[in-house]
Design a protein around this ligand. Structure first.
Ligand SMILES: Cc1cc2nc3c(=O)[nH]c(=O)nc-3n(C[C@H](O)[C@H](O)[C@H](O)COP(=O)(O)OP(=O)(O)OC[C@H]3O[C@@H](n4cnc5c(N)ncnc54)[C@H](O)[C@@H]3O)c2cc1C
Length: 400
């Protein structure tokens, strides 16, 4: 049985996504026992690529995952920004050795399923963590002594006593509602389409070891290698009128193909795709409490953002590191520890949310503003481009 009162020795985490799994590993490293409740069985591994910038890979390396990640991830040489109408390179931000040396951790691209497998394997090797699949958090009750978490499962109801409850239950978090915020996430009027293509089917530049961002009015297109260089993740973002829940939607691809018809070269990439899947892009404005007492939100549940800075997963990973630090250092009890975590995370997560939204505006400019953007970007030195991301990528858990 866990200790009660001011002790924090046992945590329940709702959600075995990237945030929940990383938080479990980080808390276990600080000596806690952890139960993860995940409503899916098996854990859902659909989805496509994720970029792990040095701020995120640093946390994962500190958890001992460097070798496992290196086996499945790619280390791209650069981010190349292109004008969609001409395919011309506007700017090149060096990654590879340059960014590793600058920030002490690599910039990786990885298939979401591979990242989740690395985390699930690590959780499986950690005796302090119990992962319960097919267990959906349905409520909780807080007392002075702890928090009693209830979940439904095919094997019957689950009741578990814990010192803290961490809700890493994603964009559509139920726990957010239990905490009093019933408002749904905000549809951003964008839909993302993704496809994974074996690398040998694609010509240059789609097959190169680089992240490419093609920018155009109201739309952009990203591609980068994943799965140890065996596949390329293609993501197209374009306006949409209706948003719907789900990461794996099948839709008529006619609007997608029509939108990019005049972008030179993209037809070659599109021709190699067997199957497009899409998801509507939702976010929330920064603001509002993340938790109360012994309960707090983490990752997308706390701060969902548009993917235009590639930081949704990274922020969930950062949250995990700071949560574990706050819990292990706060002597006055669970509520104070969780407030400390929220206080240390909120300003940064909010800044990243705003920056991601602003990035979308810059990506999607139309002429003549896009011409001005391209001129400014093309005149910036590699050093200046890199310096613009220092605030983001140089983040370290022990300095936050
Ligand atoms: C299926 C899926 C596919 C995705 N695909 C992409 C992609 O292709 N590209 C991209 O950039 N991002 C994708 N994302 C989002 C990205 O993974 C997240 O933005 C980011 O990693 C934040 O992670 P998170 O752990 O906060 O939330 P999530 O990764 O959303 O994880 C939340 C977890 O909580 C579980 N859960 C929800 N409610 C409950 C409950 N009541 N009880 C127990 N468990 C619950 C969910 O099943 C899920 O496993 C995807 C997310 C999912 C779930």
């Amino acid at each position: 049985m866990p200790e009660t009162g001011n002790q924090i020795s046992h945590a329940v985490i709702a959600g075995a996504g990237i945030g929940g799994l990383t938080a479990a590993l980080a808390l276990a490293k600080k000596g806690l026992t952890v139960t993860i409740l995940e409503k899916s069985d098996p854990v859902r591994t659909d989805g496509a690529g994720i970029q792990l910038s040095p701020n995120a890979s640093h946390v994962l390396h500190a958890l001992g995952l460097a070798d496992a990640l290196a086996a499945v991830a790619c280390t791209p040489d650069a981010v190349i920004v292109r004008n969609g109408a001409s395919a011309k390179e506007i700017a090149r931000i060096p990654l590879g050795e340059t960014i590793s040396a600058r920030h002490g951790a690599p910039y990786l691209t990885v298939h979401r399923a591979d990242l989740q497998s690395v985390l699930i394997d690590a959780v499986g090797n950690e005796s302090a963590i119990t992962l319960r699949l097919g267990a959906e958090l349905s409520g909780y009750e807080e007392t002075e002594a702890g928090v009693t978490v209830t979940a439904s499962a095919s094997t019957g109801g689950i009741r578990e006593q814990a010192d803290i409850l961490i809700a890493a239950d994603g964009l559509w978090s139920n726990t957010r509602g239990f905490l009093g915020d019933e408002s749904p996430p905000r549809f951003t009027n964008f839909r993302a389409w993704r496809a994974l293509v074996p690398i040998e089917r694609l010509p240059h530049p789609f097959s190169s070891n680089t992240i490419n961002a093609w920018l155009g009015p109201s739309a952009h297109f990203i591609h980068y290698p994943v799965s140890d260089g065996k596949a390329v993740n293609l993501v197209a973002v374009l306006p949409a009128v209706k948003g719907e829940r789900g990461w794996n939607m099948e839709h008529d691809t006619a609007p997608l193909k029509e939108n990019y018809r005049d972008w030179p070269g993209l037809d070659e990439a599109f021709a190699a795709v067997d199957q497009w899947r899409s998801w509507s892009i939702f976010d929330r404005s920064p603001g509002g409490d993340w938790g109360r007492g012994r309960v707090t939100l983490l990752g997308d549940a706390a701060h969902p953002m548009v993917p235009f800075l590639a930081q949704g997963g990274a922020m969930a990973i950062e949250d995990a590191a700071i949560l574990a630090d706050a819990v292990s250092h706060e002597p006055t009890g669970p509520a104070a520890a969780l407030k400390d975590y929220e206080g240390r995370r909120r300003p940064r997560a909010s800044r990243v949310q705003w920056t991601a939204t602003r990035n979308g505006m810059t990506f999607h400019l139309a002429p003549p503003l896009s011409t001005a953007r391209d001129v400014v970007l093309s005149r910036m030195s590699a050093e200046r481009l890199l310096a613009g991301f220092d605030w983001l990528y140089s983040w370290r858990a022990d300095q936050s």
